[in-house]
Design a protein. Structure first.
Length: 475
């Protein structure tokens, strides 16, 4: 034994238990009844009674060292994995999933190697990558994507819109999406989709420009609920035409998206929904606050009615995971754009995510600890091909653990965080806060002190489980 953690509120696959967690060689060796394990020489015993012990958080949607527009028409990279993963560890998250842009190399394999080189030895958490295909897809790229799926990169991101008029070339047309779906089905992959109707979005940009209403506060009119409705249903119908295609709809923001997922699941379509904590806790009215850009990501924030539908989706299986769409940049960079076509997307939020969701789900809405853990960790592991290695406190799983202390609740202040010089969560009340994070059996954060190293993080090869692809799970 290397480490024993003793807790009276431990969230395991079986429920909430009082138990001793025995860790050895980076994995969980045993989960035994509370107080039954005696530590041996050289083994540390940690008393976590009175605290909540859960699997380390998993954020399945982050962007590190990502190109973004800056002042003067230049492009800068956002903060790298070293910064984002450090903040994640402070916040109890132990696994991040970023993206490989397949266009960033001479071929898909080259793009993967370039991306991995930027993370190797420079990440505090474990990590994996989605593939991202954009624009017109060459025939040889389809074959390379199939090989990459077999090589441990089984999730492929697709845009159905260019998002803004200045980002031409990102959208994949539906003929090529059809071809990608056939590759996914043949190789047991998963489509991770940014779905908006490009015709509606671009029409609304032109309309608001004509009407001299180009301020970013009107963003919800451009990236609107009709766009989400049309695009979700079209993508789902296309997937249904290719047996074996499974979908993960990224950053669901509207009631129309929730309804489309719910109806497809009822028909047996293997589809899963992800929302973001921005959508869960902010609405389009927040754009009108001072520096309202800090609350934005693409698609836009929506109405309170849409927000209510998102919360309902977390209870009936339409929304399975809460992610961040992390973009870690300075406040000055976030505020560069003030128009509907140049406002910076993404947000700095990986550190407070677990505590915020605990506070809102368990503290304010009465969710069970099990459902909360599912939404911030376990479901992402299961959908993304990491379970049971990740997302579970169980024998054989990686010893990734977050300890939340309900006696350490606080008002969130940017000065206490470790991401950048602003937070959209300034002033929010957290009912608990992570006081310990363990990554593969190593204590990497304790009582607000980072004890881990940049070399701690490892790349995670993945394979989507057959049951995730066969039918909609996680209701």
């Amino acid at each position: 034994m290397d480490l024993v953690l003793r807790g009276d509120t431990v969230v395991t696959p079986a429920g909430v238990e009082a138990c001793d967690i025995v860790m050895s060689g980076g994995t969980i060796e045993a989960v035994a009844p509370l107080g039954t394990v005696t530590s041996s020489e050289g083994c540390r015993m940690i008393d976590a009674t009175g605290k909540i012990v859960m699997p380390g958080g998993i954020d399945p949607h982050v962007h590190c060292a990502w190109p973004m527009p800056a002042a003067g028409g230049t492009t800068l990279l956002t903060e790298p994995a070293s910064t984002v993963s450090r903040a994640a560890i402070y916040g109890g998250t132990t696994t991040l999933i970023d993206f490989v842009r397949c266009s960033d190399g001479s071929d898909v394999r080259d793009a993967i190697e370039r991306r991995r080189a930027g993370w190797h030895g420079a990440c505090h958490t474990d990590y994996a990558f989605h593939l991202m295909v954009e624009g017109d897809i060459a025939l040889e790229t389809l074959g390379q994507v199939g090989e990459a799926i077999q090589g441990g990169y089984p999730t492929v991101k697709i845009f159905t819109t260019d998002i803004t008029p200045s980002r031409r070339g990102r959208m994949v047309d539906f003929g090529d999406i059809w071809e990608v779906f056939q590759v996914l089905a043949a190789n047991r992959g998963l489509g991770v989709i940014h779905a908006e109707d490009n015709d509606i979005v671009m029409h609304m940009y032109a309309k608001l420009f004509r009407e001299d209403r180009a301020g970013f506060e009107n963003m919800a009119e451009v990236h609107n609920t009709l766009s989400e409705d049309l695009s979700f249903r079209r993508v789902i119908r296309l997937a249904e035409s290719v047996p074996g295609t499974a979908l993960y709809m990224m950053h669901v923001s509207a009631a129309t998206g929730v309804a489309a997922i719910r109806e497809a699941r009822a028909r047996g379509v293997p589809i899963y929904g992800e929302s973001l904590h921005q959508y869960m806790l902010y609405t389009s009215e927040d754009y009108r606050r001072p520096n309202g850009q800090i609350f934005h990501t693409y698609p836009s924030l929506k109405s309170r009615e849409d927000q209510t539908a998102l919360w309902a989706g977390t209870l009936d299986g339409a929304i399975n995971a809460v992610a961040t769409d992390e973009i870690c940049c300075t406040l000055a960079q976030k505020l560069v754009g003030r128009r509907i076509d140049d406002t910076t997307g993404g947000n700095a939020g990986v550190e407070p995510r677990v505590a915020l969701m605990y506070s809102e789900m368990v503290g304010r809405r009465g969710y069970s600890l099990r459902r909360f853990v599912d939404l911030v960790s376990t479901n992402a592991a299961r959908i993304m091909g990491l379970y049971p290695r990740k997302g579970a406190i169980a024998p054989g799983s990686d010893a990734d653990i977050c300890v939340l202390d309900p006696k350490q609740g606080r008002t969130i202040r940017n000065g206490d965080l470790h991401e950048t010089d602003y937070t959209p969560w300034e002033g929010w009340e957290a009912a608990a806060w992570p006081t310990m994070t363990i990554l593969r059996g190593k204590v990497v954060m304790e009582d607000g002190v980072l004890t881990g190293a940049l070399s701690d993080g490892e790349w995670l090869p993945r394979r989507i489980a057959d049951d995730i692809i066969a039918a909609p799970l996680l209701g």
